[in-house]
Design a protein around this ligand. Sequence first.
Ligand code: C2E
Ligand code: MG
Ligand code: MG
Length: 644
Amino acid sequence: MRAIMGALGLMDESRDDVLLAQIEAFKRRAPLLYFVLIVNVVALAATHYAAAPSLLSVYVPAGVTVLVAVRMVAWYRRRDAAFDLAQARKNVLLTAVLGSLIGVVLVLWSLALYPYDIERSGGYLTGHGHVVLFVGITMVSCVFLLMHVRAAALAIILIVVPLFCGRLIIIGQPIEIAVAINLVLVAAGMFHVVLAFSRDFEAMVRSRTELARLSRQNAELANVDAATGLPNRRRFFFELESIAGDSVGFAVSIGDLDGFKQINDLYGHIVGDQVLREIAARLAALAPAGACVARLGGDEFAVLLRGEDVEEAAPDVCQRLIAACAAPVVIDHLTVHVGLSVGLSIAAGDGKGPLEHYERADYALYRAKQNGRGRVELFSSEHEHLVRQTSRLEQALRRANLDREIVVMYQPMVDARSGRVISFEALARWNSPDLGAVQPDAFIPIAERSALIYALTRTVLRKALQDAAQWPQHTGLKVNLSVRDLTSSEQILGLMNIIRSSGLSPGRVTFEITESIFVDNLNLVQASIAALKALGCSIAIDDFGVGYSSLSYIHHLAPDIIKIDRCFVAGLCTDPIKAGIVKTVIELCQNVGAKSVAEGVETVEQAEVLRALGCSEFQGYYFGKPLARDKVMAFAGSGAVEVA
Ligand code: C2E
Ligand code: MG
Ligand code: MG
């Protein structure tokens, strides 16, 4: 049996796909094949009923018909069934063996009927003629219908032709010899067609299998992050969305690495990628079974936790992930440190869907980053309140008539030596008809996150330039710019046009830049700064020492002024570390040729210390709070401000 199976190609595993495709194609044709056989057998038996003995005209055809009918019904029943490999193997074998057997029986039967000729006058078809026709059309139709099961089709040809044609040739009559030659030629043609068809069929099945494999591989690649091997953002959202709308028992946590940008800047992207891989491996190893750990992009990872006890377990899991990431990462001979901040949102039967929990986790992450990093922040009802407030503010800002509602205040800056007011910083205030007076700390970050900042900056600049035109000559104007402004060349061109058409000398204008949001296109920022400088404006780095501002910023932006953040000035007289930092920054300014401005000077003692350290300018409540535009002239004209 194994030999037969081997000969039929049933033992060759590389042909498994072909085998399944063969049986798939054959199962729909099989009932028709057996039906054709029955019709042919019954027709031949009927024409020989009177002439031949009942063994040949009744019993043999009846036996064959019953056997064939049983097979026909069996195949018909399985016309929609799916065959596995073992069943496919068994059925191809059975079809080939049974087909050969039926072929032998039918040829022997037709040869046995051949001598019982039915003489008919007038040149009509004779009994011989019908037998030949029977063998011919039965062979052709069987081969045609068995085309997909090559072994069976070839077996039919190889059995029928030698047996039947051999017998006809032995009869030796010219007409029999002619019929035999005719049949042999037809059979040879069919043999060739079967082989060609089967080759094409196999090639077609193989390419279909390869196509399916490639599209499976493609689907896998589309869902995997190439750098870390973790599921990617797309896969994570697929998992997230597959959670039933209001189901309880899941938690979404989003983690963002602290200090990763610096590693990338300092050691390059190859080391950065290795750090990401190591962190990914730690997260994947620590996450509980059933969790989906994914890389969302950049240095952002997410873990989707599921399970009945997720409410109690999720904060612990996040703590463990944070602890694991805090361990040093060793790459070749280099040891680097990163941290992980995590935002967590737990589904607790509040009717919120998975995507809403994702948004909440994202918001909680933003808070975790703001409130000290390296920690997990769980989305709470307080956050819910803040989110609502933010969205109310954003809506109102979108509707606002900026020209009417934005008011600019001016805070003086004084020269450390002479005590003279040398410039004013423009600070925006928003008088909203719906919300009342809104402080910049509340609305600037919201404007920065949307494109609203562009119109806001233009409004402040236009108004400030108009006011500054009334000030004494040489009194400078400082205007705050968001980093977002600097990433739009269209905005920069707009700002330059506003300055040009104001008539104020660009040399009187300084732009203060705080890096409050992450910049990923430093080249564009540098180009914008170069354009503003080329116009004649100066550049200041605002709030130096906090947020994202770093030494590499000074290197890239080459500022004219560095403003020391007021948090360092606040403890200057009591905290030796802060005093040390301020001293170092002032020295840094001297070394890079920039002026140093101390922010938030509130006491005379602070001013004295700062002056002794060599600070160039002061700004703070001690010298003057932000003033309304109509108070500026009086202040600017008041001359020197007394410093101790
Ligand atoms: P900033 O640019 O660092 O502005 C200085 C902030 O410190 C002002 O707050 C000012 O009132 C406050 N300040 C000045 N001296 C002292 C002091 O002695 N003690 C204390 N405690 N605070 C002092 P304000 O006006 O609330 O502005 C907050 C921030 O909002 C600004 O910080 C700036 O980053 C942003 N901002 C304000 N106006 C604009 C604007 O038109 N565009 C942009 N992009 N940002 C703006
Ligand atoms: Mg400022
Ligand atoms: Mg500042």
